[in-house]
Design a binder for this molecule. Structure first.
Ligand code: SF4
Length: 357
């Protein structure tokens, strides 16, 4: 290790989160994550930007060796540097303030004849008035190429919207040539997903992804929390520190124009043709779940993934407790194991008096 007169300085883009068994260090810039012991988390909390010699003074001989190894690990993996006092004084912290100027970030719409006919009206509100940046259109029935092309044309005058995903059933009409023509004429489409396809494939066309899935959309996967669904970017992490990542500034419009929080929520707050969406999204009932962060949710508050995991407030373990854990989570933070890993038991099994430690 280097000179003990140097200062241990964690890179500001590295976010550490403590869980029950272990912590994670997440580098937002490189989008990489490492598991670290909780002791190392404590070093971050207590000794970031301190002189190495002063840090080591807090430990006995045996622990000094471990702390030295921890510091080597941080430096070798570029989570921290050993810098000068000047560096320590001038490297500022990353703000975890959540910033998004639009009133809605994501809108999911169910494709229907109604939506087709009223899309321009809806887009005027969603795009211009609400400043929504991402939209997902879900088609439950097959639509032909001509209809899809005409539908996508309705997006030609959008202002804020910069991400459009269309999810639709596969049909033989969507061959490579037709799909490429559609995408080249409509750069607004960032992702085109075909379900019930004869094969699984992801095509990266640089400006867009075309995804073919054998799976049927009817196999509801909403609310599933799995290793592959963790989101390691600053927008998600800052939102997760202050708001519910599933429902905060999210909107769902069903095939009849009804306004909801998400495709699976029971409450309807009005209709896009008769009611003022701008007023609806300001109501306390529409925003009921917006402030429920993972820090407030049972079990999740003890989980090291809580700022990179998307929540679900519809499929939860206890319908009568809005603070209960998502029912489709397959992780047990008390033993740090995902379902399928050796030794996995559910949180409920772990909590039985003869099992918990
Ligand atoms: S316990 Fe909570 S925070 Fe952790 S992975 Fe499951 S749902 Fe996400």
């Amino acid at each position: 290790m280097n000179n003990n007169e140097n200062y241990l300085i964690f890179f500001p883009v590295c976010i550490l989160t403590k869980g029950y068994q272990r912590s994670v260090i997440l580098d937002l810039q490189r989008a990489i994550l490492d598991f670290i012991p909780n002791d190392l988390y404590e070093i971050y909390m207590n000794h970031n930007k301190k002189k190495v010699a002063d840090i080591l003074q807090n430990y006995d001989t045996q622990d000094k060796e471990i702390v030295t190894e921890y510091i080597d690990f941080l430096v070798k993996n570029e989570y921290a540097i050993l810098g000068t006092q000047h560096d320590a004084e001038h490297i500022s912290e990353l703000s975890l303030k959540y910033n998004f100027c639009g009133k809605i970030t994501n809108c999911v719409c169910e494709y229907s004849k109604f939506l087709f006919e009223n899309m321009q009206t809806l887009l005027k509100i969603i795009d211009e008035k609400l400043g929504c940046s991402a939209m997902q259109i879900i088609c439950k029935e097959t639509i032909n190429m001509a209809e899809l092309s005409e539908f996508v044309q309705k997006f030609k005058d959008i202002t804020f919207l910069n991400h459009l995903e269309i999810i639709l059933p596969y049909s033989h009409e969507y061959n490579e040539k037709n799909v490429n023509t559609l995408l080249l004429k409509n750069f607004i489409i960032n992702r085109l997903t075909f379900y019930s396809a004869p094969f699984d494939e992801i095509k990266d066309l640089k400006h867009t992804f075309v995804i073919y899935l054998r799976e049927n959309l009817k196999n509801n996967k909403c609310g599933i929390v799995d290793k592959s669904y963790l989101t390691q970017n600053i927008y998600h992490v800052t939102e997760a520190h202050h708001y519910n990542t599933c429902l905060h500034k999210k909107l769902f419009i069903d095939g009849n124009g009804n306004i909801k929080n998400c495709p699976f929520s029971e409450n309807t707050f009005g209709n896009i043709l008769n009611d003022d969406i701008e007023k609806i999204i300001k109501t306390a009932s529409f925003k009921k779940f917006w402030r429920i962060t993972k820090d407030k949710i049972k079990v999740c508050k003890d989980c090291e993934f809580r700022y990179i995991c998307t929540d679900c407030r519809v499929f939860i373990k206890d319908k009568n407790d809005i603070y209960s854990q998502p029912s489709n989570c397959y992780y047990n933070p008390y033993i740090a194991k995902w379902k399928g890993e050796d030794g996995y038991i559910t949180v409920e099994e772990w909590m039985k008096p003869d099992t918990a430690q």
